[in-house]
Design a protein around this ligand. Structure first.
Ligand code: ATP
Ligand code: MG
Ligand code: MG
Ligand code: MG
Length: 439
């Protein structure tokens, strides 16, 4: 992408309304625009990052055997009346009426709708387990939307729903998501710790929140320090291996980790003080096992091996991609801007032409641009007619991990500079060597 043709509305001033660094940087880097309180548009740069996050989530969901679907954002109130949650959900639910005066709502979550889909088709235990997920906008009329897309009213959620014949099988489905979440957050460059959590309006008795430690987090959390160095299961993990997965989950739940709702001070204080972590955290994912909470009232049953009807055992599993983007920025930035982990960077490299219009500079940049594209990379080429200082600042702000700087003096010697955004380290190499290293 040539920056001269790209829609990247960078802000020079720090936006006053932004209280935390990720919100500030997302606005300054032209990633998002607020449309009304807690409702955002994602501009080209932001959309690229959001899609990278979605892709990683999707790959890890698919690895477990979960299947992607797409449910609507607007739901009929009837389903929620069936489950009994229509009245319980309260003011966070945006209730709408259509022209027929039928009560509708903008979905805050999809347990009811997915249960309706399931009961419409599945009749036998032989068709289980099933796990269906989608990545879709949700609306919750948050009392205090803030921190940009970290707590917005309209936000993106990956929500998966599992269906099993009994508690034991449902436990395996839960474990699959638990392990998939460990892998997902690690691939996003994050250390997320599963913590015992309250189930809230979703219901059920088994639940973990995945929390990233961060000063600006809204949750108060307590955990054992060793969690920060635990190994993440690699991609060879076998999701059909019941005891193998259980062993991973057992390990990841063997030490103390709880959010303030579930905190037991006396247990926490029995950990050696040097190992106690008491911090703030961001909830980036949340998984629930809720048994027959929805299947019973909504009649989602299958015939079991015994020939009788059984209400299925369900779980639901949420991740917030539009919260993860700012959470990643909270973890990776410096005074000059964002520093993306490679896995979610909007571009693979940034080519900076210090003197657009200069023959050799233009020629080298074009060469780098073509070669990296040919190699399947996605370069951002700053070909604008701007001062070098402005270009350096832009590149640092948008945070692409590798910058290639082409200036007239070194270009005259056949050389360019490669700069690492994170460390600031620069090396001077020939343009051919640069192509070699980058591709
Ligand atoms: P919170 O405690 O932050 O209000 P929640 O517990 O209400 O979140 P869940 O119902 O568990 O949220 O939803 C699953 C995931 O959706 C959360 O873990 C989070 O990543 C994301 N999420 C929830 N609410 C929001 C929001 N208002 N803005 C952005 N992401 C959200
Ligand atoms: Mg909430
Ligand atoms: Mg919560
Ligand atoms: Mg939650």
């Amino acid at each position: 992408m040539r920056l001269s043709r790209y829609f990247l509305p960078i802000l020079k001033e720090n936006p006053k309304e932004a209280e935390i660094v990720s919100h500030r940087l997302m606005l300054r880097a032209g990633m998002i625009r607020q449309q009304s309180a807690g409702i955002y548009s994602w501009l080209p740069l932001g959309k690229r990052v959001l899609e990278k996050v979605n892709t990683i989530i999707r790959e890890e969901q698919n690895r477990t055997g979960a299947m992607e679907v797409m449910m609507p954002t607007i739901q009929s109130a009837e389903l929620w009346q069936e489950s009994g949650r229509y009245d319980d959900y309260g003011k966070e639910m945006l209730r709408i009426e259509d022209r027929q005066k039928r009560p509708m709502l903008y979905g805050p979550t999809n347990e009811e709708m997915i249960t309706d889909i399931f009961r419409g088709y599945v009749r036998s235990y032989k068709d289980l387990p099933i796990n269906l997920y989608h990545i879709q906008w949700k609306f919750r009329d948050e009392i205090r939307p803030r921190f940009g897309t970290m707590r917005s009213r309209e936000f993106l959620m990956k929500d998966a729903y599992s269906f099993d014949i009994d508690r034991e099988a449902a436990r395996h489905s839960y474990n699959k998501m638990f392990v998939a979440y460990l892998r997902t957050f690690a691939r996003l460059g994050l250390k997320a710790i599963p913590m015992r959590a309250e189930t809230g309006p979703i219901g059920g008795d088994l639940s973990h929140e995945f929390i990233i430690l961060a000063k600006t987090g809204e949750s108060e959390v307590f955990c054992h320090k060793d969690f920060l160095d635990f190994d993440i299961p690699d991609e060879s993990v076998d999701f059909d291996d019941v005891s193998g997965l259980e062993a991973i989950v057992d390990k990841w739940t063997s030490l103390y980790a709880a959010t303030s709702d579930m905190h037991e001070a006396s247990v926490f204080e029995s950990i050696p003080e040097s190992q106690q972590v008491s911090a703030r955290g961001i909830e980036v994912g949340h998984i629930f096992y809720f048994g027959t909470k929805y299947s019973e009232p909504m009649g989602a049953t299958v015939t079991g091996p015994d020939g009788k009807e059984h209400a299925i055992h369900g779980g639901s599993y949420g991740i917030g991609p539009s919260r993860l983007v700012p959470a990643i920025i909270e973890a990776f930035h410096d005074d000059n801007g964002i520093i993306w982990p490679e896995s979610v960077s909007p571009f693979d490299l940034c080519i900076i032409n210090m003197k657009a219009g200069d023959g050799i500079c233009d020629d080298y940049c074009q060469k780098l641009y073509d070669a990296t594209q040919m190699a399947g990379l996605d370069p951002l080429y700053d070909d604008r007619d701007e001062r070098a200082g402005v270009k350096f600042a832009t590149a640092d702000l948008v945070g692409v991990p590798t910058q290639v700087i082409v200036g007239p003096r070194s270009a005259a010697n056949g050389e360019v500079e490669i700069k690492d955004r994170k460390t600031g380290e620069r090396v001077t190499v020939t343009v051919e060597e640069a192509v070699n290293r980058l591709t």
